[in-house]
Ligand binder design. Structure first.
Ligand code: A2P
Length: 333
C-alpha cells in the first residue's frame, strides 16, 4: 500500500522540506529512498520520526522506484533524470534543466494540471522556478476573467532559494557585521547581509539574468498565453519567503475590487489586503505556510486597465517542495 519514492538532494534545503511535506500530507510512501552526492552518502535524514540512510545517487539503481523528486541542481538532473525515467519512474524535477523542453510538462497544479498528460510518455515533469510559481498562481484567476497583455515584475527573493550554504552565509555575515568583522563572501556575488543584490543566476548578453529570463519564458509556457513579461530579480537579506511587486496590464478593464474578489476565491491564494488595519503579506508571516499571499491590490493610476499586486509565498514550500509533491499527488490520483 504505497509507492517507492526517491528524494534526490534529500540533504538540501528543498530536499529536507520535500521530506517534511510528504509526511505532513500523508503521501502514500511505502519505501523512502533519500539520495544525495557521495559527500553525504551514509549520513541520515529523518522522515516521519525514523532515520533513513542517504545513498549515493551515482551508485544507485532506480529500478523499482515509482516517483523521484529531484532537487540537486541542473547538472545532476540532466545526467540522472533520464535514467530514472527509462527505468519506469516518474521524475518531478525542481531544476531548470528540462523546463523549457517542448516535450516536458511545466506544471503548477492550480494553473495547468492538464499539462501533465504530456508526462505519460516521457515521465519527466518540470517544477517551475520559485518566483514564477507564486506569480502565476496569482495571475491565473485574473487572466481567466480578462486576458492579461503585459506583466512587469520586480522580486525580493530570500536567500534560501540559493540553497543551504546561502542560508548559512546570510547568518554568518550578519553575525560578522554586528561584531565589527569583515563579511566573508562565498556564495553570493557580493555581501548579502544588510544589502540588496540585483543579480540572481548568470547574466546573459542582452543584460537580463537567467532568473529574469526564467520568469519571462516559464510564465508564457505555464499560462499557455502570449503574455509580454519583463522582470527584475533581486536578492534580499531574508531567509524564507519571496516577495514580488507585480504590475499587470489587461486587454480590457478589470478593477481592484473585482480582482480582490476573484483572488479571494482562487485556489491556493489567500488575500490579506486592508490598508485601514495595515494588513498586507510579508515573508515573515508567509514563511512555513502553503498559500500564495496577495495584498496591496490597487488600480494603477498611471495606466488604463492596469493593476498592482504584492505577492508573497514560502519559496521553499510553494516555490519548490510543495509544488513538486502536489504534482506527485496528481500523478498517483
Ligand atoms: P550533498 O549533501 O551530498 O551535497 P542545496 O540546494 O541546499 O545546496 O542542496 C543541494 C542538494 O543536492 C544536496 O542534497 C546535495 O547533496 C545534492 N547534490 C548536489 N550535487 C549532487 C550530485 N552531483 N549528486 C547528487 N546529489 C547532489
Amino acid at each position: 500500500e504505497g509507492y517507492v519514492v526517491a528524494v534526490v538532494g534529500a540533504t538540501g534545503a528543498v530536499g529536507q522540506t520535500m521530506l517534511e511535506i510528504l509526511a505532513e500530507r500523508d503521501f502514500p510512501v511505502a519505501t523512502l529512498i533519500p539520495l544525495a552526492s557521495s559527500r553525504s552518502a551514509g549520513s541520515a535524514v529523518t522522515f516521519k520520526g525514523s532515520e533513513y540512510i542517504v545513498q549515493d545517487l551515482e551508485q544507485f539503481d532506480p529500478s523499482g522506484v515509482d516517483i523521484a523528486l529531484f532537487s540537486a541542481g541542473g547538472d545532476t538532473s540532466l545526467r540522472h533524470a533520464p535514467r530514472f525515467a527509462e527505468a519506469g519512474c516518474y521524475v518531478v524535477d525542481n531544476s531548470s534543466a528540462w523546463r523549457m523542453d517542448p516535450e516536458v510538462a511545466l506544471v503548477v497544479p492550480e494553473v495547468n494540471p492538464e499539462a501533465l498528460e504530456m508526462a505519460r510518455h516521457n515521465r519527466i515533469i518540470a517544477n517551475p522556478n520559485c518566483s514564477t510559481i507564486q506569480m502565476v498562481v496569482a495571475l491565473k484567476p485574473l487572466h481567466d476573467a480578462v486576458p492579461i497583455q503585459r506583466v512587469v515584475v520586480s522580486t525580493y527573493q530570500a536567500v534560501s532559494g540559493a540553497g543551504a550554504r546561502a542560508i548559512n552565509e546570510l547568518a554568518k555575515q550578519t553575525g560578522q557585521l554586528l561584531s565589527s568583522q569583515d563579511a566573508t563572501v562565498e556564495v553570493f556575488s557580493s555581501r548579502i547581509a544588510f544589502n540588496v543584490i540585483p543579480h540572481i543566476d548568470l547574466f546573459m548578453d542582452d543584460g537580463y539574468t537567467k532568473e529574469e529570463r526564467k520568469m519571462i519564458n516559464e510564465t508564457v509556457k505555464i499560462m499557455g498565453a502570449d503574455i509580454a513579461v519583463t522582470a527584475t530579480t533581486v536578492r534580499v537579506p531574508v531567509f524564507y519567503g519571496h516577495s514580488e511587486s507585480v504590475n499587470i496590464t489587461f486587454s480590457a478593464p478589470l478593477d481592484a475590487e473585482r480582482a480582490r474578489s476573484l483572488l479571494s476565491e482562487a485556489e491556493g491564494v489567500c488575500v490579506v489586503d486592508d490598508p485601514s488595519t495595515e494588513d498586507y503579506p510579508m515573508p515573515s508571516e508567509a514563511a512555513g505556510s502553503d498559500p500564495v499571499w496577495v495584498g496591496r491590490i490597487r488600480n494603477d493610476l498611471s495606466c488604463p486597465n492596469s493593476l498592482h499586486l504584492w505577492v508573497v509565498a514560502d519559496n521553499i514550500r510553494k516555490g519548490a517542495a510543495l509544488n513538486a509533491v502536489q504534482i506527485a499527488e496528481i500523478l498517483i490520483s
